[in-house]
Write a protein that binds this ligand. Structure first.
Ligand SMILES: [Zn+2]
Length: 87
């Protein structure tokens, strides 16, 4: 498999296009393990730990790879609208 990031022939790994912590249903196997790890450390980590994402994950009870739902340690929870579900 040719990795879409480093363009090297390597063994594929399952990459969640959107992190598992925010749903993660869309995946690709066109990313090598090394690039997948770099994405997790440098991109996904910053996205899922953003204050508003943490608040929403807590509200929706979205767990990440660890299986843990983040705590919401702030007082802004009431400012978020209830989750909307597509019909
Ligand atoms: Zn790669």
């Amino acid at each position: 498999m040719k990795c879409i990031f480093c363009l090297l022939e390597k063994e594929e790994s399952l990459e969640h296009v959107f992190p598992l912590a925010v749903g993660g249903a869309l995946t690709t196997e066109r990313v090598c393990r090394d690039c997948n790890c770099r994405l997790g450390d440098h991109v996904d980590c910053k996205r899922i730990n953003h204050l508003f994402i943490v608040m929403r994950r807590n509200q929706l009870k979205l767990a990440g790879h660890s299986g843990r739902v983040p705590e919401n340690d702030c007082d802004f929870n009431c400012a978020l609208p209830p989750p909307q579900h597509a019909r």
